[in-house]
Design a protein around this ligand. Structure first.
Ligand code: FAD
Length: 451
């Protein structure tokens, strides 16, 4: 016997929760389903920052209302309560292996502007889930936990999902089941996507890390492992704690080796971790594909990371979730009134123009692929040694790559003179990502299950 709803949403991450809130507030009947038994539990490594607080991101700009304890998306016109701790992230610095810095913003400057100088905020995602879940329940949404959706079918007037012996039917389904979505796969959304690589992540909440600043985002790379490894350091909103993640695209890399390299072997970084206490361990893994270009098919709409290249980030997942929910609410109203349907096509247009066209996924992937372009640690040490002025403050993966491209352009005459051997490597930055990541893609392929 199936349970009938106007909309069934699969996945109660940031995108599914915001979609559920938008539709619930409109008065339609919504089921929100997640495989987790407790939606507020974080079971996957996340930096727990909101990216891009000082810049437009997917057409939106985000503000943290400290007094009212709300996070507001000013252009889309939604906000939600977040009553947990917050720490401003006051810059993003990429370090070369010997410690030379590429600074996106100087914290000594951005700190002076207080909340309006922050490039991002760090928060506690479990508290954010709790706050969002309360709002979703207040909006009248029926929440079902512990249901792993394993099947989906569609018809001309609705879609059906099932898992754990339960069946849910809706006039529409929103797939918000995250990166490597099962629903997207089952319905054939992955057919035209390009597979690039894995993304494997291991990390810890840490205390007593002696990093030079504890209120900025930091990242670096190593070439000392079998294939490149990366480190991302995110401030936590609790005292001076940090969230430190080690990443690789290539499954031949052992993440423990990446962690050991940064924490024990590299002369610059190992000093930071001498007295570090490892508090809690997290991991994440996924395949990286190019994004879905048509996020709607047969009464199923994709929201958040479900259709994204690797991820939209929490900020993008929330924007996309809210917009997907609003689009489906509009579609339901259109169906009931008998109007011409434009709600969903508006969302699809937004997805294509704001995400696919203005935020090219290849620029995003360059955040991970840089060590495949400059493939010796010394190369990055040298290029970063040329950086004299800070780049604009940002915690926005698209804007950062743009600023970096401009910086490298401005350094070309010097590099040409001093290190002409780097020119062919830098030219690789404008090659298709399939070529940049070719070796890694080949290493992943035998292990990947494609559609
Ligand atoms: C290492 C790492 C660090 C990151 N750091 C940051 C950061 O600092 N800032 C930032 O903005 N973003 C960051 N992100 C990205 C961010 O975590 C995601 O973009 C965001 O969580 C996407 O939200 P979502 O709702 O689309 O998907 P998810 O958060 O993945 O939620 C999907 C939900 O669907 C559920 N689900 C999945 N399959 C099923 C199924 N079959 N049946 C039922 N339920 C299902 C899952 O349990 C989950 O609750 C990071 C990601 C990684 C991997």
């Amino acid at each position: 016997m199936s349970q009938k709803y106007d909309v069934v949403i699969v996945g109660a991450g940031p995108s599914g929760l915001l979609a559920a809130k938008a539709i619930g507030l409109s008065g339609f009947k919504v089921a929100l389903i997640d495989r987790k038994s407790d939606i507020t539990r974080l079971d996957r490594l996340c930096g727990q920052t909101l990216v891009s607080m000082n810049d437009y991101y997917f057409g939106d700009i985000i503000n943290y209302n400290r007094q009212g304890k709300r996070i507001a998306f000013l252009n889309s016109g939604f906000s939600f309560k977040y009553d947990g701790p917050v720490k401003n992230c006051n810059a993003w610095h990429i370090f070369s292996p010997n410690g030379n810095r590429l600074p996106f913003g100087l914290p000594e400057e951005t700190r002076k502007k207080g909340d309006q100088g922050a490039v991002g905020i760090s928060y506690d995602k479990e508290i954010l889930f709790k706050c969002l879940l309360e709002e979703v329940e207040e909006a009248g949404v029926d929440v079902f936990t512990g249901i792993n959706v394993s099947e989906v079918s569609t018809s001309s007037d609705g879609a059906k999902v099932s898992g754990g012996g339960q069946v849910f039917e809706g006039s529409y389904v929103i797939a918000a089941d995250g990166t490597n979505s099962r629903i997207a796969k089952l319905l054939g959304f992955n057919r035209d996507r390009t597979f690039y690589s894995y993304l494997l992540c291991l990390g810890w909440y840490m205390r007593n890390v002696k990093a030079p600043e504890l209120d900025i985002l930091m990242s670096s790379i190593t070439q000392k492992t079998v294939a490149p490894g990366l480190m991302f350091v995110f401030p936590r909103p609790y005292e001076d704690d940090l969230n430190v993640a080690f990443l690789a695209l290539d499954p031949r890399v052992k993440l423990e080796d990446v962690a050991d390299y940064f924490m024990k072997e590299n002369p610059f970084f190992s000093q930071w971790f001498k007295d570090a206490q490892l508090l809690k361990k997290y991991a994440a893994s996924q395949y990286i594909y190019s994004p879905v270009k048509e996020p709607y098919m047969d009464r199923v709409l994709l929201a958040g990371d479900t259709g994204a290249c690797q991820e939209l980030e929490n900020s993008g997942a929330m924007i996309s979730g809210w917009k997907a929910g609003s689009a489906i609410a509009a579609a339901l109203k259109e169906d009931k009134v008998g109007m011409q349907a434009i709600g969903i096509s508006n969302y699809v247009d937004w997805w294509k123009s704001t995400y696919i066209e203005k935020c090219p996924h290849e620029a995003y992937l360059m955040n991970f692929a840089m060590p495949y372009v400059l493939d010796r640690e010394e190369d990055l040490d040298y290029i970063f040694s040329l950086v004299k002025d800070p780049l604009p403050p940002c915690w926005n993966p698209y804007a950062a790559m743009n600023h970096m491209g401009q910086l490298i352009q401005s350094l070309i005459p010097t590099i040409q003179k001093e290190r002409p051997d780097l020119m062919p490597k830098l030219a690789k930055m404008s090659q298709p990502m399939t070529e940049v990541l070719e070796v890694t893609t080949k290493a992943c392929k035998p292990l990947a299950e494609f559609d």
